[in-house]
Design a protein around this ligand. Structure first.
Ligand SMILES: *[C@@H]1O[C@H](CO)[C@@H](O)[C@H](O)[C@H]1NC(C)=O
Ligand SMILES: *[C@@H]1O[C@H](CO)[C@@H](O)[C@H](O)[C@H]1NC(C)=O
Length: 244
């Protein structure tokens, strides 16, 4: 009997020790810990007046199509977004030095950044199922592949054989006080661009951020990111203006 108590005592002691020290915490334990009380449908801020800043940008991959007649540009891109989630933080020293988790994007809150200039028949938001990276300081990085189909009204000042398309990106529902989009970097990253479209050559992609105010909500800023894509016809033929 005494022997049995001794064994039980050892078992209890060792399982307590497992939880409190020395145990190899896994990604599974960490995920259960951070998602135990997580709510993904609302902004992950610890105070309602906090702003979520989202660093965002698009990196062009290829020009699929530009139809000057219908004035629609179809471009493959990576859309890069980074923000901080107050509720996805942990101390790596408590979790075996795990400092990053790769998780399905459907598990976490995501900013509703959309392409305002998207054609109505097309996805306003990226739909690809790529994982997010979640870092222990709450940083979330999401880089979905996104084929943007954008309306490009021909600009009056358009030069012959050039086409400029302004892709506008901003939150669909949040004002700048709640969700503040910023350019990820001052320069657009075109290092992954495949310049193989037979008709159009990419000349430049320039970006900036502007404030937009709507009559409904005076004083409420809805910031917009612009990505101005300039393309040049490879085989100068007729003027774009003549075709339309
Ligand atoms: C965690 O990292 C620190 C610093 O590099 C190291 O001293 C410690 O042994 C690591 N702990 C584990 C459980 O790997
Ligand atoms: C992009 O185009 C918009 C609309 O024409 C313009 O307001 C903005 O200044 C342009 N931005 C850059 C960086 O060229």
């Amino acid at each position: 009997m005494l022997f049995l108590f001794a064994v039980l005592g050892c078992l209890v002691a060792s399982s307590v020790r497992d939880v409190t020290a020395g145990r190899a915490f896994t990604e599974r334990d960490l995920t259960r810990h951070i998602f135990a009380d997580y709510e993904k449908v609302v902004r992950p801020v610890s105070h309602p007046e906090n702003t979520i800043t989202v660093a965002a940008s698009i990196s062009p991959i290829s020009i699929r199509e530009l139809d000057p007649k219908s004035q629609v540009l179809v471009m493959d891109t990576f859309m890069k977004m980074k923000w901080n989630d107050d509720f996805l933080k942990w101390d790596p020293t408590e979790f075996n030095n795990i400092s990053v988790l790769q998780l399905p994007n459907s598990l976490v809150w995501k900013p509703d950044l959309s392409v305002y200039t998207a054609t109505p028949d097309d996805a306003l938001f990226p739909t690809s199922n790529t994982n997010v990276l979640v870092y222990s300081d709450g940083t979330v990085l999401w880089v979905p592949f996104y084929t943007i189909k954008s309306r490009c009204p021909l600009l009056k000042r358009q030069e012959k054989n050039y086409f400029e398309c302004v892709i506008k990106i901003g939150s669909w529902t949040y004002s700048g006080k709640l969700l503040n989009p910023q350019l990820y970097t001052p320069e657009v990253d075109i290092s992954d661009f495949d310049d193989s479209n037979p008709d159009w050559k990419l000349v430049s992609v320039k970006s900036d951020r502007q404030s937009k105010f709507y009559p409904c909500c005076p004083g409420e800023d809805y910031p917009v990111l612009h990505f101005n894509v300039t393309l040049k016809r490879r085989w100068p033929s007729m003027s774009i203006h003549n075709e339309i």
